[in-house]
Design a protein around this ligand. Structure first.
Ligand code: HPA
Length: 279
């Protein structure tokens, strides 16, 4: 049953189709803190403010514009969420589902997610990129809590293989061909908004995580629930608390993402090109 009244993503997708009738995106992209520059590279772009879309939450922090941008990156048809909502802003985890499901409703079967993250190892280089191979959900919540929406997926979705191995291969190959060093690792998500204590950073590293952040995991869970293929990259903006002699701040995160923004844009464009050409 497709019901406009009970599915905000359906209503939002209808609105998007009305506003951008010639766009047929197949790849969804979610941009992290300070990484919005990629949206400006989209050609034939139609940008829709989140406020125009039913069910879309309005982000509240600097570095997050709140636009859905449809268009082309090279030959790839993309729909880009520039302006992520974070759970620490007070949004219900289930709200994140609306954004990802709208991309799915628009025809996106692949989701590429980016974020800013702190490294859990002292030898990581701020401004470098990390391919996410798996995640640990320590947010204390889950976007699928509540009645399961059977229109999208099962009550108990599997999360092994959440980060598609074929897409990981494409990202590795794209990075090699561009001369970009791509580390790999496990992303651990906390609720935030505090940065971690040094003791937390030490314990998260022992748990097997390589980077820590406050996003991405809710979107990935929703995308996997409805069967989208997922790939994700962390921009390592800083070393975790206690690993370097500095006090963390959001400006710090934005500066770190600036340093890596050019590499991330080149990698993202090459990646969407590759998967479009091999489709
Ligand atoms: N911790 C949590 N989230 C982050 C960090 C960090 O050190 N850097 C960027 N996002």
């Amino acid at each position: 049953m497709d019901d406009l009244a009970t599915d905000p993503a359906l209503a939002a997708a209808e609105r998007v189709r009305a506003l951008a009738p010639h766009h047929t995106p197949s790849i969804g992209i979610i941009l992290g803190s300070g990484l919005g520059g990629l949206a400006d590279r989209i050609e034939d772009a139609v940008a829709i403010d989140y406020r125009e879309l039913p069910g879309f939450p309005v982000p509240t922090i600097a570095g997050h514009a709140g636009r859905l941008v449809l268009g082309r990156l090279g030959r790839a048809n993309v729909a880009c969420l520039a302006g992520r909502v974070h759970l620490y802003e007070g949004h219900a985890a289930s709200t994140v589902a609306v954004l990802v499901r709208t991309l799915h409703r628009l025809g996106c079967r692949t989701l590429f997610v980016t974020n800013a993250a702190g490294a859990l190892h002292a030898d990581a280089v701020p401004g470098s990129l990390m391919l996410i191979t798996d995640h640990i959900n320590f947010m204390g919540t889950n976007p699928l809590v509540g009645r399961n929406d059977e229109r999208y997926g099962p009550r108990f979705p599997a999360m092994s293989g959440a980060y598609d191995v074929a897409l990981q291969r494409e990202l590795r190959s794209a990075a090699i061909s561009l001369g970009i060093t791509l580390r790999e690792g496990v992303y651990l998500a906390l609720l935030g908004p505090c940065f971690e204590t040094p003791a937390e950073i030490r314990s998260l590293a022992r748990l097997g995580a390589d980077a820590v952040g406050m996003s991405t995991v809710p979107e990935v869970i929703v995308a996997r629930h409805c069967g989208m293929r997922v790939a994700a990259i962390s921009v390592i903006t800083n070393l975790g608390a206690g690993l370097a002699d500095e006090v963390l701040s959001h400006e710090h995160t934005l500066r770190g993402s600036d340093a890596a923004a050019a590499d991330l844009q080149r990698l993202a464009i090459a990646f969407v090109q590759r998967i479009t050409d091999s489709a």
